[in-house]
Design a protein around this ligand. Sequence first.
Ligand SMILES: NC(=O)c1ccc[n+]([C@@H]2O[C@H](COP(=O)([O-])OP(=O)(O)OC[C@H]3O[C@@H](n4cnc5c(N)ncnc54)[C@H](OP(=O)(O)O)[C@@H]3O)[C@@H](O)[C@H]2O)c1
Length: 354
Amino acid sequence: MDEKKLFIGGRQIDESTFKRIMQNKERIPDPMRYKKEAMHYRRAGASGLKLPEVSLGLWHNFGSMDNFEFMRDMIFTAFDNGICHFDLANNYGPRGGSAEENFGRILHENFASYRDEMCISTKAGFGMWKGPYGDGGSKKYLTASLDQSLKRLGLEYVDIFYHHRPDPNTPIEETCYALHRLVEQGKALYIGISNYNLEQTKAAVAVFRELKTPFILHQVCYNLLDRTIEENGLKAFAAQQGFGIIAYSPLAQGLLTDKYRYGIPDDSRMRKSFTLKEERLTPALLEKLQSLRDVAELRGQTLAEMALSWVLKDKAVSSVIVGASSSAQILDNIKINPSFTEEELAKIETICKA
Ligand SMILES: NC(=O)c1ccc[n+]([C@@H]2O[C@H](COP(=O)([O-])OP(=O)(O)OC[C@H]3O[C@@H](n4cnc5c(N)ncnc54)[C@H](OP(=O)(O)O)[C@@H]3O)[C@@H](O)[C@H]2O)c1
């Protein structure tokens, strides 16, 4: 007998996913969520704040063009499996701001009484609104942007507020002081920076230290294919100074999974978004990915699981922030085993550096 075809938001899904999604409005979080022992927690640098080894980022798939019921389903799947850290930014969407609005609605409708079990972060630093005050690192922009984010999220404070990228046209003292004031005003508990290079980080750390700002995290791109923070000394500096590295795009936007193993699927980021270009998928890269997949298989892991475990092998990394377009992907991405033999590490290095 033919299986019934079921669709939500133009996407074909199986019957059990359909039934679950239809019931999500009334769903409550799984009472066993911390008993599954699937998720481990690490301190963000030397701070007291614990983060799940795997966090969920809302850069893609949570915007105004995406299906709300899939978003709600992903937040439930994450939370029910110990992922209690959700990473946002003022401009996530598209439309900029819509990821915060959608997450805020899910919080309000399903998780209102679970706020204190969640660590919620947002950022400002990229262009968000027109005119001279909607971009950069000025006190004016950062202060206004966090106020807007809090409204969209329906929150009184965020747990972590980041400066999303360095602004060479604003004195670092002004940016750091603006972030510091937001903590003093109770609008953010902790501060992070993102995409700063080593020199910019050193300058910011010096100001934060003087102000006694709870600066705890640096959010950077780090994965098997992108070793910038190893090469520029940022990872070593973080470990030495006691702030945590939180790695974004740990799956290289999906390259380090089986998504592109047999071609470019229509439902992939490479097809749907400008952030992952088709030119990246060269025969040399596909060969490299296959060699990494072979190592992963010998470890009893998928390529995605090994890629995330590899980023987490080092204690300087506090968490990896994964993205997902379905609940199934989130479930695929939580089986972490960050211990590697010397032989495995050597093999991985040989493949990656070839
Ligand atoms: N601070 C910054 O400047 C910055 C920059 C980038 C990201 N971030 C943060 O980091 C988060 C994660 O970034 P990212 O989305 O690039 O991370 P990523 O985990 O490297 O890539 C996520 C994408 O990979 C695919 N994927 C994930 N798991 C899969 C699986 N098991 N099997 C097959 N495909 C899988 C999905 O793409 P498909 O849609 O193709 O299924 C998914 O959307 C963002 O949401 C954001 O919070 C921050």
